[in-house]
Design a protein around this ligand. Structure first.
Ligand code: SF4
Length: 231
């Protein structure tokens, strides 16, 4: 059966390795990934969400581990948090153009900066890296697209150029990668997504991978078996 609901991970996985996409999203062989900074990331997202909702986070900070407290100390006085909050942990579903395909996701926070008259989508990253190959990454693409195309239902009115996405890495200080939006980018992202959806829905089996792009891939054993079975 064809899929018509996509997250940025669907697109990123498909672009990175079609075999990985097959195991993860067609065969649905999923298991939790506790590698890297999973716990820190989860706790930091909860902490900043409580703060933005106006809860007293001091008791949480007192009981937090050093790493979480360090992350909070890096971000707590940054200008981004002084902007007007529009949404925190905003889950969305949004149609791709006028097709029957939908995008789903959860945006960490959206702010309005009155000085620049811009809406800012913030994505907190507690890992070591802001996504590599940022131009081909789909996270900011679908978040910008979905927020812009949901503006009516959110009672907002703004032009694409008034929207910006920021990857905000919080580790050893704060570093920010900003990506702007425009009418041209909206068209480009729509075309990108529809082309990928068409390719994805044509795929019925894992292609034999030529190279392996991920060192720690959970599907390695399955993948190698599949290669041996289909020489
Ligand atoms: S082991 Fe490598 S080639 Fe195979 S699915 Fe994983 S990433 Fe792809």
């Amino acid at each position: 059966m064809q899929n018509n609901i996509f997250s940025h991970d669907h697109f990123n996985t498909w672009q990175t390795c079609k075999s990985r996409y097959f195991f993860k999203y067609i065969k649905k062989l999923n298991w939790p990934d506790f590698t890297g900074d999973y716990e820190l990331g989860k706790n930091f997202h909860a902490l900043i969400d409580y703060y933005l909702r106006g809860f007293d986070i001091e008791p949480l900070i007192k009981n937090a581990g050093n790493e979480l407290e360090e992350c909070w100390n890096y971000i707590k006085d940054r200008q981004i948090l002084s902007n007007k909050l529009i949404k925190t942990e905003w889950g969305f579903n949004c149609r791709v153009s006028d097709t029957h395909n939908w995008l789903i996701g959860r945006i960490d926070a959206v702010f309005y900066d009155a000085k620049t008259d811009k809406y800012i989508i913030a994505d907190w990253k507690t890992g070591k890296y802001i996504p590599k190959n940022i131009n081909s990454n789909f996270q900011h693409k679908i978040y910008l697209y979905a927020f812009f195309n949901s503006k009516q239902s959110l009672n907002l009115d703004f032009e694409p150029e008034q929207l910006e996405f920021r990857y905000i890495k919080i580790q050893d200080g704060v570093s920010i990668e900003s990506i702007d939006f425009s009418r041209e980018k909206e068209i480009e992202y729509t075309d990108n997504m529809l082309n990928l959806i068409e390719d994805i829905n044509k795929a019925e089996k894992a292609n034999k991978p030529e190279t392996c792009p991920i060192n720690q891939c959970a599907y390695k054993n399955l993948c190698f078996k599949q290669v041996r079975k289909n020489p």
